[in-house]
Design a protein around this ligand. Structure first.
Ligand SMILES: [Zn+2]
Length: 229
């Protein structure tokens, strides 16, 4: 059978995500070109949630306003392959707008799950069901083919599902976050006016801020000012 469809990015990729962010494979390259995304989540599903910037404020900043934004985010996050991103990035029209809208909805369902977990509230079943439906759709859009590389087989997107692939890829990342990561390491930034979520990979699990250059630095300055008064 001829191999059709683009390769689905492997879950294994997420395990090296933090290192890829650190060494600039993810994020930095695009940042130099004015990438608006927040790359401090340490997991692609958290960086996905963090694409809604400045959540606590009156007018949060939507960084997934268009399908092109979604393609760009998933490409830089390594959630879809470069050739697939290249094939999708100039697509437009109502079908693309619907995919972007579904991705934003998925993100907000995932966000509500994270907020409930952070506040130790009961899990919002409606949101969990919605995320689960997106994950099921993502699974249904893949098929298994024999692989010549290290594994016996790998997944590819079924032909015709390419346009949905950025959305599906976010759903698969959400699945890995919810069902594959230690809940104790999923944190919200300690700043009251910052709702950036991240994976705490520090040894003592004491990371408090989304980034030291941003919220960490502000907290340090506040402490310095109050001690100087
Ligand atoms: Zn923060």
């Amino acid at each position: 059978m001829p191999q059709v469809g683009f390769v689905v990015t492997s879950i294994i990729h997420y395990k090296g995500y933090v290192d890829l962010v650190k060494n600039g494979t993810i994020g930095r390259q695009m940042s130099q070109r004015g990438d608006p995304f927040e790359w401090s989540g340490g997991h692609p599903a958290l960086d996905f949630v963090n694409t809604m910037d400045e959540r606590p404020f009156h007018a949060p900043i939507e960084n997934l306003a268009t399908y092109r934004d979604l393609v760009r985010f998933t490409e830089v996050a390594g959630l879809i392959e470069r050739p697939l991103a290249a094939a999708l990035r100039d697509r437009a029209g109502s079908a693309c707008a619907r995919v972007a809208k579904r991705a934003r909805k998925l993100r907000e369902h995932l966000y509500k799950v994270l907020v409930a977990a952070h506040r130790a509230d009961p899990m919002p079943q409606m949101d969990l069901v919605a995320v689960g439906a997106a994950i099921r759709a993502a699974h249904a859009a893949r098929f298994l083919v024999a692989s010549p590389s290290a594994t016996l087989a790998h997944h590819r997107w079924v032909r015709g599902a390419e346009i949905d692939a950025p959305l599906h890829a976010c759903a698969l990342a959400a699945e890995h976050l919810l069902a594959g990561m230690d809940r104790g390491r999923i944190r919200k930034c300690g700043a009251r006016d910052c709702e950036v979520y991240f994976i705490d990979t520090s040894k003592g699990q004491r990371r408090r801020w989304c980034s030291m250059t941003n919220c960490g630095n502000r907290a340090k300055q506040r402490r310095w000012r109050s001690s100087a008064e």
